[in-house]
Design a protein around this ligand. Structure first.
Ligand SMILES: [Zn+2]
Length: 386
């Protein structure tokens, strides 16, 4: 049978297994069943699913996970490049360099990606290559430029997570195990995962991180983020402190918006906008939207403005210490609730609650949308309850 685990990441950036299924065949119907069971058990569908390029899985996702963003693992796609290139180009370091810079960049918009891709294909005579043409046609499934604003957390950051998880499960299982042995080994694997996570929780509550700057904001970051979150944030703070300069580009006439220009030592520049009314920051690099991690450009502006604490809206939810973590998607539930998840009423309620959380989070900064949403709920309440 085929083992199909669902793996996410926790606030330490470590893999967490949410669920797993055993399939008899890797076909669309089996995957549809699996996804349906997952949604039924979890009470809420996934926001994002990262898979290989399996066609059956793609069909099942389109059928069952209609509101889930589907992304192919970049590593699977890029590992095939060497096999697909014409032999006379295999040694071309220039082509590899240009192609990597084009497809891996999270900092270019889709139109810039498309322009650069076409230029590379023309330059190296690959415009009519079937594989490259089909990968371009499917670009929305794998190229980072198309996920610039989508919350990816750390799912696509390092080497293929599925590969490392496969290795993790293999360490605790044997190929000729019967079902009972497999089930016991699987539980043992999950216990190891939980125990690794507990160790990190312990470090977070006892370890005092070493600060690298004298900024109050770094000290504050060390108290609210998990170890991994803080390490990533600290890099950005150090960069903002020693390698970036910030200048005000302008302030709008009605004093609603401040615009900043942030420059690094190589004269690359980024525009950062601060909305005074709702106390929100937006940097065009979109790192915060994508990874829930503040970028060095925003830190540079916070330092320029002498801000000592990370503003509430810039803390995100993904990398906080466990005691500060908020539900990002759906709700937390205790063990008893998990057992009752099969209950149709519970599932419907959880879906409703997740919808409410998702809607309120997405309209948070817009007073008109907040008022409109409140009116809709008020109307609905009157309609239902009289
Ligand atoms: Zn930025």
């Amino acid at each position: 049978m085929i083992f199909a685990p669902f793996t996410g990441k926790d606030n330490h950036g470590r893999p967490v297994t949410f669920a797993a299924g055993l399939l008899s065949k890797e076909i669309a119907n089996s995957f549809s069943w699996l996804f349906n069971q997952f949604v039924k058990c979890m009470g809420v569908a996934l926001k994002l699913i990262v898979t290989d390029q399996d066609l059956g899985m793609k069909v099942a996702i389109e059928e069952v996970l209609v509101n889930t963003r589907h992304r192919w693992c970049m590593w699977y796609v890029m590992n095939k490049v060497a096999d697909k290139l014409p032999k006379n180009m295999l040694g071309s370091e220039e082509l590899k360099k240009e192609l990597n810079a084009c497809v891996w960049s999270e900092l270019i918009e889709p139109d810039a990606f498309e322009e650069t891709w076409h230029a590379i294909m023309e330059r190296y005579g690959l415009a009519n290559n079937d594989w490259f043409s089909s990968m371009f046609a499917s670009r929305r499934f794998w190229v980072p430029a198309f996920f610039r604003e989508f919350p990816m957390s750390s799912l696509i950051k390092t080497t293929s997570m599925s590969e490392s998880q496969n290795g993790f499960f293999k360490r605790y299982s044997k190929s000729r195990s019967n079902l009972i042995q497999f089930y016991m080994n699987y539980n043992h694997t999950l216990k190891t995962q939980t125990s690794n996570s507990a160790k990190l929780e312990y470090y977070d509550s006892t370890k005092v991180p070493i600060l690298k700057t004298k900024l109050e904001i770094e000290k504050h970051a060390s108290t609210i983020y998990s170890g991994s979150g803080y390490n990533a944030i600290q890099e950005e703070i150090v960069f903002a402190c020693f390698f970036l300069s910030c200048a005000t580009l302008g302030v709008s006439t009605n004093r609603e918006i401040e615009v900043y220009n942030v420059k690094d030592n190589d004269s690359n520049s980024w525009t950062m906008t601060y909305s005074i009314g709702d106390d929100t920051y937006f940097c065009r690099c979109k790192k915060f939207e994508r990874l829930d991690l503040l970028c060095s450009h925003i830190f540079c502006v916070l330092k320029y403005k002498f801000v000592k604490l990370i503003p509430e809206k810039l803390r995100g939810g993904r990398w906080l210490k466990s005691q500060f973590v908020k539900p990002i998607h759906g709700v937390f539930c205790d063990d008893q609730e998990i057992h009752l998840a099969a209950d149709e009423k519970k599932i419907a309620f959880k879906n409703l609650y997740a919808l409410f959380i998702e809607t309120t989070q997405s309209i948070e900064g817009n007073i008109h949308q907040i008022n409109a949403f409140a009116s809709i709920i008020e109307e609905g309440k009157k309609l239902l309850l009289g």
